[in-house]
Design a protein around this ligand. Structure first.
Ligand code: TYD
Length: 149
């Protein structure tokens, strides 16, 4: 039921091709469904932080930054939203709308979270504690950093 995967460490700058949907285990019964996520097993990093997005007003955009080292895994635990990812060369849109899969983001990926449905709940697992110094919030700086300016 649960597949165990060995992941290579993500040391170099991420690419859009490394952003991928990961299916999660689902334990279903007449009492409802249960999904779980284990760091290093279902996601390719140790989970040091969990945060969530909720009460996002219609039309609002979250994200609009990249991370120097942080890896993340994003699940639409309820409702739906889109994650627009870019490595400075290529862009792709991932639509998240189920609680049994999520989007893995390696480091150095610019992301915009858009099109939040009413009542949506975005669960984010992160490989490190919060550190503002890890953020790149200026898009031009990001493009320079990845050599795409
Ligand atoms: P930010 O990561 O920019 O949110 P989003 O990408 O969803 O738009 O964070 C918004 C604010 O919350 C910012 O001031 C930093 C703060 N914050 C923390 O203090 N700890 C955290 O773990 C996170 C994710 C954000």
């Amino acid at each position: 039921m649960t597949s165990i995967t060995t992941f290579a460490p993500a040391l170099s700058a991420g690419t859009v091709d490394q952003c991928r949907i990961i299916d999660l285990p689902r334990i279903g019964s007449e009492r409802g469904n249960l999904t779980f996520i284990e760091g290093g097993v279902h996601v390719p990093f140790s989970v040091e932080r969990v945060y969530y997005l909720y009460d996002v007003p219609g039309g609002a955009t979250r994200g609009a930054h990249a991370h120097r080292t942080l890896q993340q895994f994003i699940v639409a635990a309820s409702g739906s939203f889109d994650v627009v990812v870019s490595d400075g060369r290529q862009e792709r849109v991932f639509s998240l709308n189920r609680s049994y899969y999520g989007l893995y983001l390696p480091r150095m990926i610019w992301r915009d979270l858009v099109n939040f449905s009413s009542g949506s709940f975005g669960l984010v697992l992160a490989s490190r504690h919060y550190d503002e110094a890890d953020y790149i919030r200026d898009h031009n700086e990001f493009l320079r950093f990845v050599g795409a300016a």
